[in-house]
Design a protein around this ligand. Sequence first.
Ligand SMILES: [Zn+2]
Length: 360
Amino acid sequence: MPDSPPLWKPNSTAGNPGIVCAVTQSPWNMALTVGDEFGNSVPRRKTVCDLLGTDFRKLTVSRQVHNHGIVDVDTTTAGRGRDCSEDRIDGADGLVTTLSGVPLMVLGADCGLIAVIEPRGRAIGVAHAGWRGTSLKIATRLVERVAARSDTPPRDLQAIISPCAKSCCYEVGRDVVDAFENIENSVDSIFKRRNGKTFLDVQHANHLQLMTAGIRPNNIESANVCTICDPRYYSYRRTGSIVGQHALIAALSRANTTVPAETSINVSTTIPHVDTVGIPLAASTVADAATKPTPVGDAEDEKFTFVVPEKPDTLVKLATKSDVVPVPGQEVDKSNQRVFTSMSVAGSLSKSLTSGSGAP
Ligand SMILES: [Zn+2]
C-alpha cells in the first residue's frame, strides 16, 4: 500500500482553482464495506481529501443502487457516508451540490464515474454509471440537474468521465443490449461485435449521452482508459470479485468566502456575473440595491435578488457564495462578516450593491 494515494487528475479541471476533481487508483480501496483492507478506507478517504485540499468532514457518499436517482446535497446532508456506510445518503447514484467545500464521491470498479461541473463554481455533480445506470440515462439527468442548480446552459458545463469498462474487454449479453434499445444514441457505436460476441463501451455511451444532453464535445474529458485491462484501476470483471473500488471525488473548492456587512461591494470586481445564456454582463448593467436585498432564511443563508434591465422579465442567478470574494485590497473586518450564499438578478441598475440591513 503506497503512502500517498495514486490519483488521476483530469487536465480540464487542473487549471481551475475553483474545482477539485480526481479519481483514485488501485491499490487504494476507497470502499467502506467491500474489498481489501476496507477497514482502512476512512483514513484513506481523509488522506485523499487532504491531498486535494478539500474537507473530509463534508465528504458525502450515497448508497449506489444502479439506478438513475440524483439527490441534492445541502448543509444538512453534507458529510453523510464519509466514515460510516450506514449513514450514506440512501439509494442515489448521483449527487449534486451548490455548496463550496463539500466533496462528493462515487465509487466503482468498471462502472463509469462521471462529474458534471459548472466551471465558475456554481454547482457540481457526480454520478455512478454502470451499464444499467447508463441505459437509464443517469448522465443526462446529471447534466439537467447541474444546469438547473447553476442556472447555466449545458453548453457551458464541463464533464469528466473516469476510467471504466470499454469495448476492448467488456463482453455483455443480450440483456444489456436490450436495455439500450430505447436510447436515442446509436447502439451500433456503443457496442462492438467480434467473433460472435458483443462488447459495450461504457465510456463512449456516456460520452454520447453527455453530448446529447448539450455539453460541447470539447468540454468533455474522458480518461480513455479501460479498467478491465489497466491494472491501475479496480475491475470487478478482471478479478471476478470485488477486491476494492476506486473513487471519483469532485468539489467546489473555494472556501466559504465572506464580505463585510454594510460594505459596498463593487460587483464588477467581486462577482463574476453572467446572464442566463452565459454572456458576461458589463458591470454597469448590474442593478443597484434600489432592489434592496431581501434576506431569506437565517443570517448565514441570505438570498439576494437583482434585476438586469435589458432583461427585466428574466430572473437570473447572479452569483453563488463561491463567486463572492472580498474586494481586492479591501480590508475585511472579521468580526462583522456575513456570508452571501446566493444572488439572483432581478431589478434596476447601478455599479454596486450593498449588503443591506446591517448586522446579521
Ligand atoms: Zn480493456
